[in-house]
Design a protein around this ligand. Structure first.
Ligand code: ARG
Length: 569
């Protein structure tokens, strides 16, 4: 497809001496509305070279620049405004859509590059609760976005399967636990044990010591400790995988914290050898004063390691194994300091690749009736939220069946696709850094800016294509698509790839969410004001090709958000 941006760079370069392509590219803007063209170029920077006022330069250039790809190049104040030739645009977009079909918009932007996306990273023996939804859903979307752009993605679930809490749990299990109870209801039972042992340890040095002892044994490979710990892990993962299946989320690796336990000693030795470790109250630390950060504790005074030690080993392992272009961590903003320390410590240790690490932070999610708490055992399981969403959609569909006297096919499957899709959509609707309050009614509404609404528009187009017996081989004429509504839609389609590129650069899936809502709304408006299935065959086919293109882009955009696009609704 023609890259209109490139064309602007070409004609500017052809007319202005000594202009750098990358420099022009960076300066090209997308105006706030189409009255100011599809692209704008500010000429301020040329004033020095020309020794004229920017307004005058813009005027002169506007008179001189010519290209068949732009129907108008105007000067306004100190800007050049470029208006794309709409016939060429329509022809290009539709040609591309017909040849690429449901792969429309895909590019090999990241070819040959590895990108690691680490997300979800749930904690063994703890609930997979609503608070995990953010990392899980944002991370999965980033994975899909990077893949779409041609990167080779490695999706990692950095399981929280190590640390002193496992010493506590082993002790608690041996003292109060029941194998049978845990088999039947793993997470609840393990959580009960965890709460109990925490309470006991608070008042008893003896219990505390026992817990520490069992963690040490685990680190030293004591058979009994390892076996119990492995079993905790197995039963927990079985629970988590049920949720991942519901969410249609997969990982390439479940290498969590424990995976690095045998990789830490060499790293620590190396740190000692290069003298980056300092002694501090019996512990070994990396001093990060130069970076205005608190010290990174690498080895505690009792000889054990901590969360950060494991992350140091993990970062190094990932670097050596994957040579990634980016190693992305989708983790809440409460851990911003941790990731700053991680990067600074790696830098200080002389690992010049430290910059491949990107912390994609996000704010908190809370419920209408208050925040989420994990400590007290009062938790909202993500699985229950997903089931509730599915049930609520089923109720809505039941009502619709009764009211309209119809029978909806695959009602169970559809309820899940719409219910879970709605939750993901809501999750990905705002910039990730903002906190937000989870709202059932807003999430599940079939109107407004919601997942069900977009899915509904998609299904509507599907049935329209069927009704119109759309066939890709039918003759059509893109120049017939020249109404304002049609041109608007075509412009959006043209912009799809750029939106995805922006989303990946800023690690913000919500760019795509907003984009797809806008496209769906524009399409709906068009659909309501235009008869698509007209008698004139060529006009009908041309309009249907447009509908087909919109359907593919909606489906693809939803896919990038991890949401399915039903054919019928
Ligand atoms: N398991 C951790 C938690 O639930 C998140 C892990 C984040 N990833 C990392 N490499 N530190 O808080």
């Amino acid at each position: 497809m023609i890259n209109f941006r490139e064309e602007i760079i070409n004609i500017l370069q052809g007319n202005i001496e000594n202009l750098d392509r990358d420099d022009i590219d960076k300066k090209i803007e997308i105006p706030p509305n189409y009255d100011l063209g599809d692209f704008a170029f500010p000429v301020f920077s040329l004033a020095k070279v020309y020794r004229k006022s920017p307004a005058l330069i813009a005027e002169e250039l506007a008179g001189k620049l010519k290209s068949k790809y732009f129907e108008k190049i105007e000067n306004k104040n100190a800007y050049l405004n470029f208006f794309i030739n709409k016939n060429i645009l329509a022809e290009e977009v539709l040609k591309e859509s017909v040849s690429k079909k449901d792969e429309f918009g895909k590019v090999n932007y990241g070819e040959g590059k590895n990108a690691i996306v680490e997300y979800s990273s749930t904690n063994i023996a703890k609930p997979f609760h609503i608070g995990h939804i953010r990392s899980t859903v944002i991370g999965d979307s980033l994975k899909r976005i990077y893949k779409f752009l041609g990167y080779n993605v490695i999706a990692i679930n950095h399981l929280g399967d190590y640390g002193t809490q496992f010493g506590m749990l082993i002790y608690a299990y041996k003292k109060w636990g029941s194998k049978e109870k845990i088999e039947n209801n793993p997470i609840d039972e393990l959580l009960k044990l965890y709460v109990k042992v925490n309470e006991e340890a608070e008042n008893s040095k003896e219990v505390k010591d026992e817990c520490r002892y069992w963690f040490k044994e685990l680190e030293n490979g004591n058979e009994e400790a390892v076996e119990i710990w492995k079993w905790f892990k197995d039963v927990s993962l079985k629970e988590f995988n049920r949720v991942y299946d519901m969410l249609d989320i997969e990982f390439d690796s479940y290498n969590g914290e424990s995976f690095y336990s045998d990789k830490m000693p060499a790293l620590i030795e190396n740190f000692r050898a290069i003298k980056v470790l300092e002694e501090s109250e019996g512990a070994e630390i990396i001093n990060l004063e130069d970076y205005d950060l608190p010290p990174a504790i690498v080895v505690k005074s009792d000889g054990t390691t901590i969360y950060l030690t494991r992350d140091l080993a993990a970062a190094k392992y990932r670097h050596e194994t994957y040579r990634p272009y980016k190693n992305i961590y989708v983790v809440g903003s409460q851990q911003s300091l941790h990731f700053k320390q991680l990067k600074a410590a790696l830098k200080k240790a002389g690992f010049d690749w430290y910059d491949e690490i990107v912390h994609v932070a996000f704010g908190m999610v809370s419920l209408e009736d208050g925040t989420l708490s994990t400590r007290r055992g009062k938790v909202l399981y993500l699985e229950d939220v997903l089931n509730k969403a599915t049930d609520k959609v089923r109720e809505i569909l039941n009502e619709r069946e009764n009211e309209q006297g119809i029978k909806i096919e695959n009602k169970d499957e559809l309820s899940q696709v719409v219910g879970i899709g709605a939750i993901k959509f809501q999750e990905l609707f705002n910039g990730r850094i903002k906190d937000y309050v989870f709202d059932w009614d807003k999430t599940l509404s079939f109107e407004g800016e919601t997942g069900p609404y977009v899915q509904y528009v998609h299904a509507r187009i599907s049935s329209l294509l069927k009704k119109g017996q759309f066939d890709l081989n039918n003759e059509f004429d893109s120049s017939l698509l020249n109404s304002e509504a049609e041109i608007n839609i075509i412009r959006s389609l043209y912009n799809f790839t750029n939106v995805v590129i922006d989303a990946h650069e800023k690690y913000e899936p919500y760019f795509i969410t907003r984009y797809v809502v806008e496209l769906a709304k524009n399409f709906n408006k068009y659909y309501n004001q235009t008869t698509i299935l007209v008698d004139d065959e060529i006009l009908k086919n041309s309009r249907l090709v447009l509908c087909y293109s919109v359907k593919n882009v909606i489906a693809q955009a939803l896919y990038l958000l991890g949401i399915k696009a039903p054919e019928k609704m």
